[in-house]
Design a binder for this molecule. Structure first.
Ligand SMILES: Nc1ncnc2c1ncn2[C@@H]1O[C@H](COP(=O)(O)OP(=O)(O)OP(=O)(O)O)[C@@H](O)[C@H]1O
Ligand SMILES: [Mg+2]
Length: 369
């Protein structure tokens, strides 16, 4: 549906987008996720035709867009900055986007339908200054969707909304996507938004696309360190290489043998004695020593989100371990606890290869506890 190939945008010495390629399917909800300055808006504006790429191409349904002006691209866009006309009512804002039309449908009915889609029928005659942040965003969505574009482009549409409203609007965007099934490119720096909303996520770092995949695949099998750290929470365990072939890393009195996930094999491995970072997600750790790897530490922090909590412990072996618990945990800051880690959930990287633990065992010289 939307095919981006080797897109590059250079601003003077600065490369805002670096050979970015991405294909988006019809009806797909694809999120471009990356930290501030990673090139998300520049990518979106290039698709929209408001930024002229330095190199590369963008095609919509097989048609190269290079020479197609923005207004002829059949795209609905919600910009990062609020862009409603203040002197027009909500209804007039939506009507303006529809432009003059010669169709066999009724213009006013169409406007009503989209105001209703975003839950704003009762505010049709309000001016933007009379609307809340969330309501303005809804009108912007109606405006972007009213002429039924082929692709909807959303640039951080939840910016500036409070937490509760962000959650509500997130659900609304999901519902609207389900109802309209419009191909959507959604830009955000918020990983939880990306994980919740998307069919697929493209992760950007310094203008380059460093991973593309479903939320589940990227979270559970992050292909590189950047995605590991950027998407979801992770603990870094500072291990030491004790053998190179097979690769064995020691941490907390355990030996972890690591193997490559794909057929390309283990990439460049540093020397014996070098540091090697192991990673594990908080949901692979429990606050009681289960059958896995047991590690002692002191609780240094607890955060609650109601249904879930995260306990951070400073391990005696070195490194902070984050633990996800359902509900409120039975431990307090300052307490000494033993945590259990599922060894199958421990992973690492060598060069570009993702490595998983094949076996984990007590190191021979390890002392109990
Ligand atoms: N018009 C411009 N002129 C010069 N540099 C620009 C211009 N627009 C963007 N840049 C640079 O390109 C890089 C990418 O910017 P972009 O706005 O695409 O980032 P972003 O991922 O959308 O960030 P944010 O999350 O803060 O919105 C930044 O380093 C930015 O300073
Ligand atoms: Mg931006």
């Amino acid at each position: 549906m939307l095919e981006i190939r080797n897109l590059t945008k250079q601003y003077g010495d600065e490369r805002a987008i670096d050979e970015l390629s991405l294909s988006i399917d019809d009806g797909e909800f694809c999120t471009i996720l990356g930290p501030s300055g990673s090139g998300k808006t520049t990518t979106l504006l290039s698709i929209a035709g408001h930024v002229t790429p330095t190199a590369g191409s963008i095609a919509l349904e097989g048609t190269d867009l290079t020479d197609v002006p923005p207004e002829d691209r059949s795209l609905g866009i919600v910009f990062q900055q609020d862009a409603l006309f203040e002197h027009m009512t909500a209804r007039e804002n939506v009507a303006y986007a529809l432009g003059p039309h010669e169709g066999d449908w009724d213009r006013e009915t169409r406007i009503d339908q989209f105001l209703s889609l975003v839950g704003m029928s009762d505010y049709a005659d309000s001016y933007p200054e009379q609307l809340s942040g969330g309501q303005r965003r809804r009108i912007e969505l109606a405006r972007a969707l009213v002429y039924e574009p082929d692709v909807l482009l959303l640039d951080e549409p939840l910016t500036g909304l409070d937490r509760q409203l962000r959650r509500e609007m997130r659900a609304e965007i999901s519902r609207i996507h389900e109802e309209t099934n419009v191909t959507t490119v959604y830009v955000t720096h918020d990983q939880s938004e990306a994980l919740t909303l998307s069919d697929r996520i493209a992760v950007l770092n310094e203008g380059a696309c460093v991973a593309v995949g479903t939320p589940e695949a990227l979270y559970e099998q992050p292909p590189n360190r950047f995605v590991t750290r950027f998407l979801g929470s992770v603990s870094t365990l500072p291990g030491t290489i004790v053998e190179r072939s097979p690769l064995v890393v020691e941490w907390a009195g355990y030996r972890f043998e690591l193997g490559a996930v794909d057929s390309e094999g283990v990439g460049d491995v540093p020397s014996v004695g070098d540091r090697f970072r192991l990673y594990c997600r908080p949901d692979a750790v429990r606050v009681e020593p289960s059958t896995g790897i047991s590690v002692d530490g002191e609780v240094t922090d607890i955060t609650h989100s109601g249904e879930r909590s995260t306990v951070t412990i400073e391990t005696t072996a070195g490194g902070q371990l984050r633990i996800a618990t359902d509900g409120f945990p039975n431990v307090a800051v300052g307490e000494t606890v033993t945590a259990g880690i599922d060894p199958d959930a421990v992973f690492g990287f060598a060069g570009d290869s993702r490595l998983c633990v094949s076996t984990a065992s007590r190191a021979e010289n390890a002392t109990d506890g």
